[in-house]
Design a protein around this ligand. Structure first.
Ligand SMILES: *[C@@H]1O[C@H](CO)[C@@H](O)[C@H](O)[C@H]1NC(C)=O
Ligand SMILES: *[C@@H]1O[C@H](CO)[C@@H](O)[C@H](O)[C@H]1NC(C)=O
Ligand SMILES: *[C@@H]1O[C@H](CO)[C@@H](O)[C@H](O)[C@H]1NC(C)=O
Ligand SMILES: *[C@@H]1O[C@H](CO)[C@@H](O)[C@H](O)[C@H]1NC(C)=O
Length: 298
């Protein structure tokens, strides 16, 4: 992987996605989330983000929101692959940080919610000159990881059962195509939606999702009241596992064929999760960079 030239990377990733059935919204999902987030960023946040983005992003957050998936199988970043999801006990339909946030070796905090706390803290502390965290860590990476993981924690099957690896081992057909349930939620529903309703045009899909985001959404955002930190990933993870039980796992037993019924009833759920994670990512970034505007001057 490390030897591959960038232009082959895309094709290789598609191949690996098929082989390994990775955890995470697909490329489109992350792009949509970050495009939505950009609409709600304050001037302060935009300035700070632009200063942190790598040159290749050309000042735009959305193209780097998939970065964490691109690098996670590279040996240098293999430690990051458990940070994309959290597994919950089979059939319990609830999530608890203390119980669930660890990797498969039992190392605490190594899961998607732990990672969201981690990278929020790094970005927040970065503007205190006396705080070594900001100097110790690469804040460009912190921003790209955070933007990716806030998306991931909203993908219901990122907070799925440990026994089926968040739907990865549940083989199903998506219409005529063989795949697994996790991949259906990462990619297939979004692809089919784009094809069926949006002329294969991602911008059209983004606009349609955006037009649904109303003011009461922004009030409701994350039940901020239940959360006095900058970020409440535990709330999002709890929602996700509930959605997984109610919509993702339901009627998707191993060997089943998922078609119109499943697609049309789940598409609005996916669109809502994309919208929620976009809006929440913006609120998180606005808070991080409002309290610490000096980051922009670095
Ligand atoms: C926190 O971030 C650092 C720097 O990327 C990384 O080495 C560490 O594994 C992360 N831990 C978690 C739980 O995300
Ligand atoms: C920070 O991370 C980015 C992305 O991996 C990399 O391009 C850049 O060189 C890193 N910066 C430092 C100072 O290591
Ligand atoms: C917009 O909201 C309506 C009502 O909740 C829902 O049926 C529809 O699927 C949503 N559309 C998009 C693109 O999110
Ligand atoms: C909110 O702050 C209080 C007091 O510092 C603390 O006891 C409580 O656990 C916090 N709640 C959350 C959800 O972080």
């Amino acid at each position: 992987m490390g030897e591959l030239e960038p232009r082959w990377m895309g094709r290789a990733m598609v191949f690996l996605l098929i082989i390994w059935g990775v955890h995470g919204w697909g490329k489109e999902g992350h792009f949509i989330i970050c495009k939505i987030a950009e609409e709600y960023l304050t001037e302060d946040a935009l300035t700070a983000i632009k200063a942190l983005l790598p040159d290749t992003a050309e000042g735009d957050l959305a193209p780097v929101c998939y970065w964490a998936d691109e690098i996670k199988h590279h040996y240098h970043y293999r430690w990051s692959s458990p940070l994309h999801y959290v597994d919950t006990p089979d059939f319990r339909c609830n999530y608890k940080y203390c119980r669930d946030c660890h990797d498969s070796h039992g190392h605490k905090d190594r899961c998607v919610t732990g990672a969201i706390y981690n990278y929020t803290k790094q970005l927040e502390s970065s503007s205190y000159a006396s705080d070594s965290l900001g100097l110790k860590y690469n804040l460009t990476e912190a921003l790209m990881f955070l933007s990716h993981f806030v998306g991931d924690v909203h993908q219901p099957l990122h907070v799925g059962f440990v026994g089926d690896k968040g739907g990865n081992t549940i083989k199903v057909r998506w219409y005529r195509r063989k795949t697994n349930l996790h991949h259906v939620w990462d990619t297939m529903i979004i692809e089919s939606a784009m094809k069926t309703f949006y002329n294969k045009d991602i911008d059209e899909m983004i606009q349609s999702i955006q037009s649904n985001i109303t003011d009461d959404w922004l009030v409701d955002v994350p039940s901020w009241e239940n959360c006095n930190a900058t970020v409440c990933p535990d709330t999002y993870a709890s929602e996700s596992v509930k959605v997984a039980c109610k919509f993702a796992y339901r009627n998707a037993t191993p060997g089943s064929t998922l078609g119109d019924d499943y697609f049309l009833s789940r598409m609005p759920v996916v669109e809502k999760r994309l919208a929620q994670s976009g809006v929440r990512l913006a609120v998180i970034l606005n808070q991080i960079f409002a309290s610490h505007p000096s980051i922009a001057k670095e």
